[in-house]
Write a protein that binds this ligand. Structure first.
Ligand code: UFG
Length: 329
């Protein structure tokens, strides 16, 4: 039996495939390569290029492969883009998931692990954030992910499919082998943007606001290594295989770092002075996002192995300095 990884050529998807294959699982990938990279596809995984909005395509994968469970990363994930082009997010994230679920129900495939986000909470009422806290997204990306979670709930109630939703905090870092890593275009995330400075691709890093109510005035985030996220997907699939009920888990280290602390750590790791300049706040950024991941630890037995920020940034730097243009040759 095989696991189908939708979006397995993307950043978190490709790292999850590497961990699944290391764990001896059979893996089938489907990816439309809109934001994923063919070079990130693990050589031992079977690869199909296609789009989850295409019912005939997704049906053909289920018809041809012995799929036991699905891990679903196939979505657009840029907060800023979702605000200027919300219908793109409704189309890919929601319409795509609708077609996928129709096909899963028709093929009697009953287990799905889903890539969700801290953006489902919006501005938190308190930190650390619990899974039971209020969900009130402040951007369209988070809204579509929350709607996808609800789509799973109602489909589960009607058709018996079971799901686990994993709400990631700030995914970062790269595979320890240096073979795969983060490669977005355009890049919007803090750590890869910082590392463009020592890589000679950017003169300085912009700090989006230093007047937040935090210890040094800059935003606090919970940075979680992509391989630790990948491990959580395997544990979540095993939980469903063992008969586990529908569930939602936060994934973070439970420790927050300010933007300035992240820049300082990158200076230490790279040995580069990395000039920084404060610019106005970016719209929609909450001051603090820190996860309580106690539930994932106790129910799934999740135990992040790369919690140290210096180690996280070292793995990212190892990737970016050797692949300054991502996967591009
Ligand atoms: N930041 C800067 N300068 C930059 C880029 C980012 O100061 O050049 C700051 C941001 O303002 C934020 C922090 O660095 O305070 C982290 O920003 P990222 O863009 O790396 O990540 P976000 O916290 O905005 O986004 C993450 C996930 C999203 C998710 C969101 C939930 O990447 O998928 O958390 O709010 F939706």
């Amino acid at each position: 039996m095989a696991i189908l990884v939708l979006g397995g050529a993307g950043y978190i998807g490709s790292h999850t495939v590497y961990e699944l294959i290391d764990a001896g699982r059979e893996v089938v990938i489907a990816d439309n390569l809109e934001t994923g990279h063919i070079e990130a596809v693990h050589p031992k995984a079977k690869f199909y290029q296609g789009d989850i909005r295409d019912r005939a395509f997704i049906d053909s994968v289920f018809d041809n492969e012995p799929i036991d469970g699905v891990i679903h990363f196939a979505a657009n994930s840029l907060v800023g883009e979702s605000m200027v082009d919300p219908l793109k997010y409704y189309d890919n994230n929601l319409c795509g998931t609708k077609v996928l679920l129709e096909s899963m129900v028709a093929h009697n495939i009953g287990k799905i692990v889903f890539s969700s986000t801290a953006a489902t909470y919006g501005e938190p009422e308190r930190v650390p954030i619990l899974e039971t806290d209020r969900t009130k997204p402040t951007n369209c990306y988070g809204e579509t992910k929350l709607s996808m979670e609800k789509m799973f709930q109602w489909t589960s109630a009607a058709h018996g499919l079971r799901f686990v939703s994993l709400r990631y905090f700030n995914a970062c870092g790269a595979h320890v082998s240096g073979k795969i890593g983060e490669a977005h275009s355009p890049e919007t995330h803090l750590i890869p943007l910082i590392l463009q400075v020592p890589n000679g691709q950017r003169e300085k890093i912009s700090i989006f606001g230093d007047d937040y109510d935090t210890k040094d005035g800059t935003c606090i985030r919970d940075y979680i290594h992509v391989t630790d996220l990948a491990q959580a997907h395997i544990l979540a699939m095993d939980y469903l295989m063992a008969g586990g009920e529908n569930n939602i888990f936060n994934l973070g280290n439970g420790v927050g770092f300010t933007v300035k602390e992240v820049i300082d750590t990158a200076r230490k790791v790279t040995g580069h002075p990395i000039p920084a300049e404060t610019v106005p706040r970016r719209a929609g950024d909450p001051a603090q996002l820190i996860a309580s991941s106690d539930k994932a630890r106790s129910v799934l037995g999740w135990n992040p192995q790369h919690a140290d920020l210096e180690e996280i940034i070292s793995t990212a730097w190892n990737w970016h300095k050797n692949h300054p243009n991502g996967f591009a040759k």
